[in-house]
Design a protein. Structure first.
Length: 48
């Protein structure tokens, strides 16, 4: 069985990816609820 992973993606502020952050949401929410955190985290983790 093959499963498809649907995910949001935000490019790093610096333009070069050196690390990633993976956020998992709980039941009753979706990934779009967490994508807004990328803007806040990008200020502190520009290569992420």
């Amino acid at each position: 069985m093959t499963r498809v992973l649907n995910a949001g993606r935000k490019e790093p502020v610096s333009g070069e990816t050196r690390s990633v952050v993976v956020l998992l949401h709980g039941y009753g929410a979706n990934g779009a609820d967490l994508l807004g955190l990328a803007d806040v985290l990008g200020e502190h983790l520009p290569d992420t």
